[in-house]
Design a protein around this ligand. Structure first.
Ligand code: ACM
Ligand code: ZN
Length: 510
């Protein structure tokens, strides 16, 4: 019964360092929305919000008790305190998300919550290559992740259509590789933009270069550090992806000795990959990864590995010689040979290899971790689990938020169960968690990105956090109706799920 009312006199008591970032987050929210910060004190005195360490609580979990007089938050780690605060944030009026609010009733209901996440990997991916996003947009997105307790931000930093991270040893990657005149996706976006302005390509990424209007941009290593710090303050780990040996055209364009034919190009579906019969490919990729591992504190480094045009290797005498010399059966095994070499390098730097599920095809190493994306290759999960490898579930048909809402509706995202039915308890332990991806071919600006992500983002968040038994779609829909107000307060342009039960036309009369 009753509620706790925040005021200018509210004080937070913290008794150790791991509690401070969470306390500061709440204080900053109030400073922006209510016009006053919440005072943080290291003496209990008359503090009414009390942080207490409780080592019996699981990692990232928290215990929250709100009564009219006091708020108690218990946890065993910084993430747990942070998520306790995020729950308080969700219980506050949506106007807590706005600046200079006129709201006076900053209250939260009396409640007791014991909460821990189902999965330790609760991820979102953004693609910076096909279309680029600014550092401010990245920070805004990290704020959405914090609010809904997602903890892993996967940055797809390189691809055929643009190289987006400074690499000091190979300056052409960004001097040239970060810029283009017009991609095939740009042409499609421009065509769609004629009738739908949400497809207008963001003007901020056009620059005059060498007398031409070019699209592009990249993050400097200093900016990457800024992103990592900002994410860490929100209990989010940043995972870099440098896609290899395919999806590498923006590098091959500028360092053409990398390919089998000494030039960049396209196969039937995918770009020509790096040649795996040349020592220079191994040196080049490891030089890049050496800078990446120095920059990113994450345990995992994603090396892509998806959609390689192996026809290039079939025709290349050097690749064929490598297959013969290393007693490999085919081109898939050649790719796994490359992956193992890269993995040995990453392991020597204290890192673990992560790749798309194609890394399974030519044989997995002991510690490689797979991101399962191909619904049409379900056995990749079984092979990985049987072999003892960890995986993250990010299926194309359910968790690709660049897909149209009609194709991958909100309900489909919510109802998807990430652990396959045939998995034993032991096998299920190899599923670290789930992730949704925002490939940006058809996402040319941040507003369009919001529209693709929301409200599906919340369905993913609930699946990542809530146990299978506790999920309930009807209940979730009711709670979503409250969340739309919050999304509006955050100025998020979300998709409105269609009215169900109607067939041909939906008319909004008011
Ligand atoms: C992918 O969608 N190519 C991983
Ligand atoms: Zn080759």
């Amino acid at each position: 019964e009753g509620s706790y009312l925040f005021s200018k006199r509210t004080k937070i008591f913290v008794d150790n360092e791991t509690q401070k970032p969470a306390a500061k987050y709440l204080s900053d929210l109030f400073e922006k929305a209510a016009g006053y910060p919440i005072f943080i004190s290291e003496t209990k005195g008359n503090a009414t919000i009390i942080f207490t360490e409780d080592k019996s609580i699981k990692p990232e979990g928290y215990h929250l008790e709100i009564s009219p007089k006091k708020i108690n938050i218990k946890a065993s780690d910084a993430a747990g305190y942070f998520y306790g605060i995020q729950t308080i944030r969700q219980l506050l009026p949506p106007s807590i998300e706005t600046a200079n609010s006129i709201e006076k009733n900053w209250s939260v209901p009396s409640i007791v919550i014991n909460d821990t996440p189902r999965f330790s990997w609760r991820g979102m991916q953004m693609d910076f290559s096909r279309h680029f996003f600014s550092i401010d947009e990245v920070k805004t997105f990290l704020n959405y992740m914090a609010l809904y307790k997602l903890n892993t931000y996967h940055m797809h930093l390189t691809d055929d259509q643009g190289w987006r991270i400074e690499i000091k040893k190979y300056p052409l990657l960004t001097e040239k590789g970060a810029w283009r005149v017009e991609s095939s996706h740009d042409i499609t976006c421009n065509e769609l933009a004629k009738t739908d302005p949400s497809f207008i390509i963001d003007e901020q990424h056009y620059h005059n270069r060498e007398g031409q209007r070019m699209y592009g941009g990249f993050f400097t290593q200093e900016q990457i550090k800024e992103i990592i710090t900002y994410a860490a303050e929100r209990q989010i780990e940043v995972i870099p992806e440098i896609d290899m040996p395919g999806h590498l055209k923006s590098a091959i364009d500028n360092y053409p000795y990398l390919s089998c034919t000494n030039e960049a190009g396209w196969g039937e579906l995918f770009s020509s990959p790096a040649c795996l019969g040349k020592e220079t490919t191994y040196e080049f990729t490891k030089d890049i990864l050496a800078e990446i591992v120095d920059l990113f504190p994450s345990k995992y480094v994603h090396i892509g590995g998806d959609e390689v045009n192996i026809e290039s290797w079939k025709k290349c005498p050097l690749c064929q010689k490598a297959i013969k010399d290393h007693h490999l059966k085919n081109e898939h095994e050649l790719q796994s040979f490359f992956n193992r070499d890269i993995e040995t390098f990453l392991n020597s730097k204290g890192k673990r290899l992560l790749g798309w599920d194609e890394i399974v095809e030519g044989g997995l190493s002991k510690d490689g971790t797979m991101m399962w994306w191909r619904n049409w290759a379900p056995t990749m999960r079984d092979i990985a689990a049987k072999h003892g490898n960890d995986m993250i579930i990010t299926p194309c048909f359910e968790y690709y938020f660049d897909a149209k809402h009609e194709a991958t509706p909100f309900e489909k995202v919510y109802q998807y169960e990430p652990i396959p039915e045939n998995f034993t308890k032991e096998q299920a332990k190899h599923i670290l968690g789930i992730q949704a991806n925002l490939w940006s071919e058809m996402i040319p600006n941040f507003k369009r990105l919001q529209f693709q992500a929301f409200p599906r983002f919340l369905a993913l968040a609930e699946t990542s956090w809530t146990s299978k038994e506790d999920k309930n779609y009807d209940d979730f829909q009711k709670r979503m109706n409250l969340q739309y107000k919050r999304l509006e307060a955050l100025n998020i342009q979300y998709h409105i799920p269609p009215v169900t039960g109607l067939k041909d036309k939906v008319a909004f009369l008011d």
